[in-house]
Design a binder for this molecule. Structure first.
Ligand code: B1M
Length: 210
């Protein structure tokens, strides 16, 4: 039911089912791994086959966001911890206030086991770097929706290099005007076209088996 209601984008039902699963004694990790993740994975597959479009992707991500805090809190309070694949500092670069796509990327990465530090929009290089250091993050994920703000991603990458951090941080970039060729040109490690492929690209970049 969790998977199906994520697919259907039924946020309120997904929230209620998450609570119900705990009342029924289902392990929260099992609810995430066997309920939410298969649901969002199916949504991603339908999106890639052009059977689902952005509204469905947004609704499914929103539905997941309703359930994740409930289940994650249950995991924490039971002393267990969901395995974190990597800590990712995420944000839309300075000068750019588009946040819908970036937030979907964050929600989907989080649902797939990445720990997301979402810095929001209009993020300057210094903030990206101080948060990477503060959280010991291994990944920097930057979004840009405007051709005029894309070059700022290069500025952040260059600043990382100047600070001697570039070799230990993997950088992934995306956003509608960004291309794979542009990502390569500015020295990023990876590019993802959408939130679903961001999961695959990050796993490949970090050598994590699917
Ligand atoms: Co703006 N805007 N906007 N806008 N806006 C665009 C981008 C534009 C294409 C619209 C147009 O003219 N057709 C255009 C840019 C054109 C250009 O320069 N070539 C534009 C413009 C010009 C502007 C302003 C300059 C308008 C003005 O003020 N004159 C201004 C800029 C403000 C600023 O940032 N400084 C502006 C403002 C706004 C709003 C505030 C009104 C609003 C943003 C609200 C918000 O985000 N909270 C807005 C919106 C909504 C859009 C459009 C209509 C939709 C963007 C969106 O959310 N798409 C957009 C037109 C369009 O894209 N069709 C447009 C849905 C979202 C899910 O997709 O963000 O692409 P997207 O994310 C995808 C992928 O790109 C990818 O995964 C996501 C999910 O699949 N992805 C990543 C994104 N980040 C990723 C990171 C990754 C990996 C994948 O790894 C790290």
């Amino acid at each position: 039911a969790l998977a199906q209601n994520v697919i259907d984008g039924e946020a309120e039902t997904v929230r209620r089912l998450a609570e119900q699963s705990l009342e029924m004694g289902i392990e929260p990790l099992q609810a995430i791994n066997e309920g939410l993740i298969p649901g969002i994975t199916e949504v991603g597959a339908r999106f890639e086959r052009h059977e689902f479009f952005l509204p469905e992707l947004i609704m499914a991500a929103d539905a997941m966001k309703q359930a994740m805090p409930i289940l994650e809190q249950a995991i924490t309070s039971r002393g267990g911890k969901r395995e974190t694949l990597a800590t990712v500092v995420l944000g839309t670069v300075k000068g750019d206030i588009h946040d819908i796509g970036k937030s979907i990327v964050g929600a989907i990465l989080s649902a797939h086991g990445f720990d997301i530090i979402d810095l929001g929009v209009d993020v300057p290089a210094e903030r990206f770097i101080s948060e990477i250091e503060k959280h010991g993050a291994g990944v920097l994920a930057m979004s840009a929706l405007l051709p005029t703000t894309m070059p700022y991603m290069k500025h952040v990458i260059d600043t990382l290099a100047q600070r001697g951090l570039r070799t230990r941080i993997k950088v992934i970039v995306g956003g509608s005007p960004v291309t794979s060729a542009y990502a390569q040109q500015i020295g990023a490690d990876g590019y993802a076209d959408d939130a679903v492929s961001a999961v695959r690209v990050l796993r490949e970049m970090l050598g994590i088996a699917a």
